[in-house]
Design a protein around this ligand. Structure first.
Ligand code: HEM
Length: 563
């Protein structure tokens, strides 16, 4: 017998410690797998009935999520068209169910029970902590109750002058791009960060040594990283992620972001100690809009038909009566600092988390929304001219700043904005973790299992032909009051809806109207590109992978604004 054969025989006959360990490991893993399958029996049983693409053993459909953000986005969208309004995918052991039918979407979003965010939101934790976007339970309820009134219409009206001032500054900055093709998203990002600093945070942007642009760029890169983590299953583990180079890069980006947050809070506290409340940003005398309110008050302005971003029939905690006994409402950071003085409702760390949350949610979403709007104006010159005609009628040759009453008159512009948010919702999906089973409204034979992640895909909902005839076409008349009134409320949800709706939706709509109308009063926007040319990518916030490229020409009409 050769030596090799002798070894084989010895190894086959005896039990080395390694063999014993392997045997125990295999047994333990098998038992665990069995337990895991049994404990998930109900989930698997219900999931079996839900349609979805075929997957691989163990991996499920994880391979579908490999590729560039644009490729992933388009693949998921095409698959969802194939499977209709309900589709399941497995990413390894995780079950994701995509919903687009407004009747089913309503079951999830209107519920006070299904408010838990999906596990993917935990990747935001090092950045946003337990801020409003990701917290849940009692903490979320208490902080939502505190924060929602700070975005009440009465507070927002006090921001009009700052919206005007910053919009004019943006127009001035855009001058250097005249005649060239450029990406307007950078300008929109910078503007939205700076407007947030001066309004919700109440500090002058001049007090920051870091520009809004640097902050916005850090947020954009951080979103790229979070998207990579959400789509690469092997990076789900913090342990593995922390070994990678991107983890180090993430830390440096979060540092940049948090250093702005810390400075803002420190500044605001100093003002608070000095007894200063409200925004410290200065507005030139000629931009104080109350001086012009009288001249416009003869118009028959009414809140009726002004949607503030959701179907008229829907109400949430932002829709409380407008004149609650003349109670003085405070802006976001003023109120948080005041509340923290007794430390009961919110402590210092929690303030930081909420400031980070509002700075992120409040800037990247509106930057994408306004950039898509400008691209749509460029792609549809005839619609742009109708918007400008409406502005002409409102301003009658004056270069005065916008008043609140003017924003109510911008009805066609508002329809164009809503239509932009329909086709290109800046938040294209919302994910919730289901703790209880739910029977579907669209098909009572099907139940969503507890433990599944429900992906409300508003990008798909907004393109259902049943609610929007010719759904791929940009048609602002989809938002004529009579058309909107006859649609399912949850067929239009760019700001989500229900108890966890966007707290900034009224803020966003008002600010966007002033910013975009100011740009259109100054520039004609052009482009050779149509919507079909857009390469969409849905990494957290919907963007154009090819950039938001437009050209500007000076607009010579009687209402041109002096920037
Ligand atoms: C066009 C602009 C905006 C869009 C499309 C938008 C959309 C949304 C959506 C879809 C959600 C739900 C997200 C989810 O459940 O995962 C949300 C939540 C939120 N948004 Fe916005 N948003 C916009 C602007 C703003 C602004 C300007 C602010 C603040 C100034 C803001 C603050 C928030 C906050 C704090 C939440 C979390 C609310 C909660 O969970 O209670 N958003 N937004």
């Amino acid at each position: 017998m050769s030596v090799a054969t002798e070894n084989l025989v010895r190894n086959a006959g005896g039990f080395s410690p390694l063999n014993t360990f392997s045997l125990l490991l295999v047994t333990a893993l098998s038992l665990y797998y069995l337990y895991w399958r049994v404990s998930r029996r109900r989930m698997l049983e219900l999931a079996e009935k839900i349609p979805g693409p075929k997957g691989w053993p163990i991996l499920g459909n994880a391979l579908e999520f490999i590729g560039s953000p644009h490729e992933i986005f388009m693949r998921v969208y095409q698959k969802s068209e194939e499977f209709g309004r309900l589709a399941k995918v497995w990413i390894g052991p995780r079950l994701l169910i995509f919903l687009t039918d407004p009747r089913d979407v309503e079951l999830i979003l209107s519920s006070h029970v299904h408010i838990d965010k999906s596990p993917e939101y935990r990747f935001f934790k090092p950045w946003l902590g337990d801020g409003l976007l990701i917290s849940t339970g009692q903490k979320w309820r208490a902080h939502r109750k505190l924060i929602a009134p700070t975005f009440h219409l009465n507070v927002l009206k006090s921001f009009i002058d700052l919206f005007n001032k910053n919009s004019r500054e943006t127009v001035k900055k855009l001058e250097k791009e005249m005649g060239k093709e450029f990406d307007c998203h950078d300008y929109m990002s910078e503007a939205t960060v700076e407007i947030l600093l001066e309004t919700a945070m109440g500090v002058s942007k001049k007090t920051q040594d870091q520009s809004g642009y640097d902050y916005a760029m850090a947020v954009m890169k951080l979103c790229d990283i979070l998207h990579i983590r959400q789509t690469k299953i092997w990076l789900y583990s913090d342990y593995i992620f922390n070994l990678t180079k991107i983890s180090k890069y993430q830390k440096s980006l979060i540092n940049t972001i948090h250093s702005l947050t810390r400075k803002v809070i420190k500044k605001k506290r100093e003002y608070f100690m000095e007894g200063i409340r409200g925004s410290t940003a200065e507005v030139p005398e000629e931009l104080k809009s109350h001086k012009y309110e009288l001249s416009t008050s003869t118009k028959t302005t009414t809140l009726e038909g002004t949607s503030y971003g959701q179907s008229d029939g829907l109400k949430d905690d932002l829709d409380v009566d407008d004149d609650v006994g003349e109670k003085k409402r405070m802006a976001f950071l003023d109120l948080l600092i005041e509340a923290s003085q007794n430390g009961v409702v919110i402590n210092d760390e929690e303030i930081k988390e909420q400031v980070d949350t509002i700075m992120f949610e409040g800037h990247d979403t509106t930057a994408a929304g306004s950039s898509f709007f400008l691209c749509q104006m460029a792609a549809h010159p005839e619609i742009q001219e109708r918007v400008v005609q409406e502005l002409n009628e409102i301003y009658q040759g004056s270069d005065r700043p916008a008043t609140f009453a003017d924003t109510l008159e911008m009805k066609y512009l508002e329809r164009c904005l809503l239509e932009t948010l329909r086709l290109f919702p800046p938040v294209p999906i919302i994910a919730r973790q289901l703790q209880q089973e739910v029977q579907l409204a669209s098909d009572p034979n099907l139940r969503l299992p507890a433990g599944a992640t429900i992906v409300v895909a508003q990008f798909g909902t907004h393109r259902l032909a049943e609610y929007y005839p010719n759904p791929e076409q940009y048609n602002p008349d989809n938002f004529l009051p009579e058309k909107a009134a006859n649609r399912h409320y949850y067929a239009f949800i760019p700001f989500s809806a229900g108890p966890r709706s966007c707290v900034g939706r009224k803020y966003a709509m008002l600010k966007l109207k002033i910013l975009l109308s100011t740009i259109l009063r100054n520039y004609k926007i052009t482009s050779n590109l149509k919507e079909n040319d857009y390469k969409l990518q849905g990494d957290i916030i919907l963007k154009r992978q090819d950039g938001f490229r437009i050209k500007l020409e000076p607009r010579k009409f009687a209402g041109t604004v002096k920037a």
